[in-house]
Design a protein around this ligand. Structure first.
Ligand code: ZN
Length: 87
């Protein structure tokens, strides 16, 4: 994830997300440096095909990780990261 994408993600989250961490109740969220993708295949097979790009947000207090869909957030374009598996 680029610095611009990270800034876009933070802006999108601030515009719509309210409230503390659902597990620990703290306000300690941080956007991870890497975007992740979930392979999407109706059969359930893990393939290098269509993917769902995600912005990962972590609670720095309890380490809960929450995935947010990067395309509707405006952080990534549809098809960006296709076929790439990221750690
Ligand atoms: Zn937490």
């Amino acid at each position: 994830m680029t610095e611009e994408q990270r800034a876009d993600a933070i802006q999108a989250l601030k515009a719509k997300v309210r409230g503390p961490c659902p597990l620990c109740g703290k306000y300690a969220f941080e956007v991870a440096d890497l975007a992740h993708v979930i392979p999407h295949d109706p059969s359930g097979a893990i393939v290098l095909g269509p993917t769902i790009p995600l912005v990962m947000v972590m609670c720095k207090h309890c380490n809960l990780v929450l995935p947010f869909a990067a395309v509707p957030m405006g952080v990534m374009k549809a098809g960006e990261g296709q076929g790439e598996m990221q750690p």
